[in-house]
Design a binder for this molecule. Sequence first.
Ligand SMILES: [Zn+2]
Length: 338
Amino acid sequence: MSQILRTSLCVLAITTCTSLAAFGDEKLRVVVSIPPIHSLVAGVMDGVGEPTLLVSGGASPHSYSLRPSQARALNAAHLVVRVSEQMENFLERPIENLAGKAKVITLSEVEGMTLYEPREGGLWEEHDHEDEPAHGDEKHHEHSKGTEKHEEHAHEEKHEEHAHEAADPHLWLDPQNAKRIVNVVSMTLQKTYPQHAKAFRANAEKLASRLNSLDHNLQAATQPLRGKPYIVFHDAYRYFDERYKLSPAGAITISPDRPTGARRLSEIHKRIKSQGVTCVFTEPQFQPKLVQTLISGTGAQAGTLDPVGADLPLGPDLYFKLMRKLATNMSACLKNPS
Ligand SMILES: [Zn+2]
């Protein structure tokens, strides 16, 4: 890596700068897509090196585009860690272009990972089944505005067909999956940098035990929240809900990066009343105004959940803070008598 390139990259982002400055011959070149995964990888690499993060500062991984500097960091990487092909769409081509130069861990394909399907029906995502005309009609109705209809529709169908076979990508929100992530990252790092194998193994063991106690604490913290219906902004929390046996009633958005139609909003407003929903959770990266409209006159309260830890300082502790914050924010809203 030339000095000129390093300097120009340093202007763009501190995290990129730190890691790339460390990209000497001896240094570890590990690139990770999103903050919670970056946190777990950073924990395994603790004391040895720091991974480079791609999607930071509250950007949505569902609609990210890679900066040229990040494309270059990827190109120089020894190891790339991503969640799934669907989660980080923006990585599909760059990873193809790596042509085997770097090892790539795709977490959704790791053996033993607990995976769930995206939720359907009720207030969850409605898929475009050919044999269910009601769904098709609604879709058509919602997207009949604008001149790019045909192009957009064709793209959507292709996307959904693709997404339909794929698991819900938010797999890190179960601490047992986090342990699996730590394990596969540690094993791969040991092979990639055998000179640091001992440190990776020790860090991974320490993390596994921290993750077990986190899981234990979260079981206790979420126990009083069982059976209390709430609505989330996008369907990101299934792994958390399943692990802790919570009772979500649905999601506001069909897709986190598409505006929600008036018809859906009024349907949700009705459900909040009819199902006794006490909390509607927004996310830091999405517009909160919508939530105020939804809860007005229902008695439900608004809260915030953040599935990626956009506001948290990067590093090994981010994952733990993110998980505890989910439980704390849920408790704060759901325990409130309305
Ligand atoms: Zn998501």
